[in-house]
Design a protein around this ligand. Structure first.
Ligand code: CA
Length: 335
């Protein structure tokens, strides 16, 4: 049974900004709590949209945009309910790290969580067991994090049910990012978006730049996209949506072949910029051994053709690091 508690009443009309308190008893604080920021804005009878950011603590556009939204939004402009978790993995957000400094876990590999587990597992359990059952739609705002820079894009989490798949695609296109990409994280079931899809919620993801920085372009896309999604569901005035500026081309990361992994340690030199068109088998870059310069640099090649979608940010790599990610045209069913 969960010991998490909030003073927020999910059924009350108006705006409430507070916390979920998860009791935590470290050396410094025997009877304290980890406080997870939570806001609920409710008015009228429309659907419930859950907005989550800070799943990874080094991805900043989502938390900034959701913090602004919960401060600025007038409940009178809302028809329905918006539940906002702007910094869901609070210890990781506070540390500016992908993983939690409390227990070392990546929140987005702990779903559906464990209400009697570590702090990170308790956060994912609260989202799975308390928050998701309240929702009709779920938005999880990611960026590339410290290790990756990614072309700003809205993400489709695959759904087995064709009706839900169509709804997901429509909602993700409504976000209005410059790119729309299908990402299944190699079939990973322990993410928040995979869990939301299994729970039957219309689900929208994002990847908005990254590199542990705040991107001006990606932040603008994020601010606009969140409001576009709320307008798509009628929770904000549908006439307030800013429609996408370009036609709806959908890409996907084509499984393992879409990831170029380092075969050795060294420093990765990329051969192409983000957005470049590349083909399968083409040289993607090379890894230099700086401390043993008599050795030739080791060339790595793309496993699939498409565009360069994500790129590693730190120069140094160890074996197994993701150097480059490619996105290819999506040929699955979309209608
Ligand atoms: Ca992420």
């Amino acid at each position: 049974m969960s010991t998490a508690r909030t003073t927020i009443d999910f059924d009350r009309t108006g705006k409430q900004i507070g916390f979920v308190d998860i009791p935590h008893s470290p050396h410094e604080d025997a009877w304290g709590a980890t406080r997870i920021p939570l806001a609920v804005i409710r008015n009228g009878s429309g659907p419930t949209v859950i907005l989550e950011a800070g799943n990874h603590g080094d991805e900043y556009e989502g938390p900034i945009a959701l913090g602004e939204l919960l401060r600025e939004l007038d409940p009178g402009a809302v028809n329905g309910r918006i539940i906002i978790l702007p910094a869901v993995n609070t210890p990781a957000v506070d540390a500016g790290r992908r993983t939690s400094p409390v227990d070392g876990l990546n929140l987005n590999r702990t779903f559906p969580g464990d209400a009697t587990g570590t702090i990170t597992q308790q956060i994912s359990a609260y989202v799975s067991e308390v928050i998701l059952p309240l929702g009709d739609a779920f938005v999880d705002l990611h960026s590339g994090g410290s290790s990756l820079n990614i072309l700003p894009s809205a993400i489709i989490e695959p759904a087995a049910d064709p009706v839900l798949r169509r709804r997901n695609i429509d909602a993700v296109l409504a976000f209005g990012a410059p790119l729309t990409v299908v990402i299944d994280n190699l079939g990973e079931p322990r993410t928040s978006t995979a869990t939301a899809v299994r729970a039957g919620l219309v689900t929208i993801g994002t990847e908005l730049a990254g590199a542990g920085t705040v991107s001006l372009d990606a932040l603008a896309i994020c601010r606009r996209g969140v409001r576009n999604v709320l307008a798509h569901f009628g929770v904000l005035d549908p006439a307030s949506a800013t429609p996408p500026a370009r036609p709806d081309a959908i890409l996907r990361i084509p499984g393992h072949d879409g990831y170029v992994l380092a075969p050795t340690a060294g420093v990765f030199e990329p051969f192409h910029a983000l957005g470049a068109r590349v083909s399968a088998g083409q040289e993607a870059g090379r890894i230099h051994n700086l401390v043993n310069p008599s050795r030739e640099a080791e060339v790595v090649r793309y496993g699939a053709g498409g565009i360069v979608y994500g790129q590693r940010q730190p120069g140094r790599v160890v074996i197994g690091n993701c150097c480059v990610t490619v996105a290819a045209p999506y040929e699955g069913e979309i209608s």
